[in-house]
Write a protein that binds this ligand. Structure first.
Ligand code: NAG
Ligand code: NAG
Ligand code: NAG
Ligand code: NAG
Length: 450
């Protein structure tokens, strides 16, 4: 009898504890979403005064891995260290269904009514733009992707790049809601007009702007990260054999041609990551963006300093204000740089990548404002949207511990993980895209299941 009673007591206590736990978890969840409400979001983001010294400045992956993390934020145990799965949540799935069928407005794709479950800062609705079919490739990513698990996330009618046409008062009102790389929040309308109006040629609108010269082939792009897996890879010739070669941030070619190739057609960076790379990798031989005849510079804008540098480069004038004030852009992009050589990612495209391909758990934490896909991830996913075929080299793989952070490191440095990016989520995404046959990811070891 007394045994039964204590048993019942035990069970009762257990259920009570369980209830309290569930309550706490929910409360935390509600709170994390609550702080994402507008107003509060904008107050906490002093965009206009951010410089690379700002403690909240997003650290680019690989920028500071040789050192201890620069940001005090990184010393806090980070919730994004929890392993991720890529399976979209039920909520995402239903919103995507809705979004795909809703095309009320000719320009905006209203993906969903902002429901109670998704905070407004997510903004899963984007400008719609018709993308002309540029090749007759029968084996293109665009043709294949709808048949894969990525089909429901993929939007084929979204501007990848922003240019003169996009800067209107209406768009400004819409995009000002989103800070950082995800919108125009904190950027003056005048700054946008001054910069984007010089990006008004067809080359500014298209990533593969000279594709006509290649005829009726499938466009093949090599997208090259700076990962240590490329050390001794002997992939240089293969990389250079593609129509286009994309590179990013602290890329060092001289002396590594055998492994990484020598051509670059597209160099992707943000002004912040470029300046960080120049500071950090000068000792390894990095002097700035590669300069060549076939080069295009693709800016990932996440501050107004990006808009200011683009304008300066396009007009061959010194930067007129901000952290790069008085700098001569030809120092970075060569004397021959012209507006036709410059491109800028559209903030809708970056937000779309974050929301649909790299929706990190960091978005549920106080770090949501500084989280974005890494520059390398944006570059690779942009290639996925504009090239018929994509090979990726030097991107993070599950055996990343076997390789140094960069192929040019003089001694082994482990890959660094920071809260502003989610490299584990990116790693899983590259594996999934590879397994779906959408990209060809360079890995050292074939998996035994292959
Ligand atoms: C940015 O902040 C610094 C120090 O907090 C201040 O001295 C400077 O005037 C600010 N700059 C702008 C443009 O607000
Ligand atoms: C861009 O070019 C078009 C056509 O050439 C022209 O009508 C338009 O005014 C230009 N826009 C800007 C902002 O210069
Ligand atoms: C990576 O390292 C582990 C153990 O350190 C080893 O078993 C494995 O074979 C290595 N993989 C490669 C690709 O070198
Ligand atoms: C690069 O590869 C060589 C040969 O495999 C190796 O000796 C060297 O340690 C590697 N470099 C780094 C930084 O891991």
């Amino acid at each position: 009898m007394s045994l039964l009673r204590s048993l019942l007591c035990g069970v009762g206590a257990f259920i009570l504890v369980l209830c309290v736990c569930i309550l706490c978890l929910n409360l935390q969840w509600i709170l994390t979403w609550f702080i994402g409400l507008p107003g509060i979001l904008h107050v906490t983001k002093p965009r206009t005064n951010s410089s690379s010294q700002h403690p909240n400045e997003p650290l680019e992956r690989g920028i500071s891995t040789n050192q201890r993390p620069l940001s005090p934020l990184t010393s806090t145990p980070s919730p994004i260290r929890v392993p991720h799965t890529l399976t979209p949540t039920k909520r995402q799935k239903t919103t995507q269904k809705k979004s795909e069928s809703s095309t009320k407005s000719p320009t905006i794709r209203p993906n969903r009514a902002t429901g109670p479950t998704e905070p407004p800062f997510i903004g899963d609705s984007y400008m719609r733009e018709d993308v002309p079919q540029r090749t007759d490739c029968s084996d293109s990513i665009r043709g294949q992707i709808k048949k894969t698990v990525f089909g429901s996330r993929f939007l084929g009618h979204l501007p990848v790049l922003q240019w003169a046409k996009h800067v209107t008062e209406e768009q400004y009102e819409r995009l000002s809601q989103y800070p950082g790389a995800h919108g125009w929040g904190g950027i003056k309308y005048k700054t946008l007009v001054e910069t984007l109006s010089v990006l008004n040629s067809s080359a500014n609108q298209q990533m593969l702007d000279n594709w006509e010269t290649h005829g009726n082939e499938c466009s093949r792009c090599a997208v090259v990260g700076n990962g240590g897996i490329l050390n001794n890879s002997q992939k240089g010739q293969e990389i250079d054999g593609h129509h286009y070669v994309f590179r990013t941030n602290g890329v060092i070619i001289k002396g590594f041609e055998q492994d990484v190739g020598s051509r670059t057609t597209h160099y992707t960076f943000s002004t912040n990551t470029l300046m960080n790379s120049i500071r950090k990798y000068a000792v390894n031989g990095y002097k700035g963006p590669p300069v060549s005849k076939e080069m295009r510079y693709v800016f990932l804008p996440d501050h107004d300093r990006d808009y200011l540098l683009v304008k300066a480069a396009a007009t061959h004038t010194p930067v007129d204000r901000g952290p790069e004030k008085d700098k001569d852009p030809s120092k970075y992009f060569g004397e021959d740089v012209s507006a036709e050589k410059l491109k800028m990612y559209h903030p809708d495209f970056i937000r779309y990548l974050r929301n649909r391909f790299l929706r990190s758990n960091a978005l549920k934490t106080k770090y949501k404002d500084i989280y974005r896909p890494s520059t390398g991830a944006v570059m690779l996913l942009a290639a996925l949207h504009v090239c018929d075929q994509v090979s990726a080299y030097g991107f993070i793989t599950p055996d990343y511990r076997n390789y140094s952070d960069h192929y040019y490191d003089r001694s082994y440095h482990p890959v660094g993980f920071y809260i502003n990016h989610d490299l584990r989520l990116e790693m899983n995404l590259w594996q999934q895209l590879h397994q779906a046959g959408l990209i060809r990811l360079y890995m050292r070891q074939k998996k035994s299941t292959d």
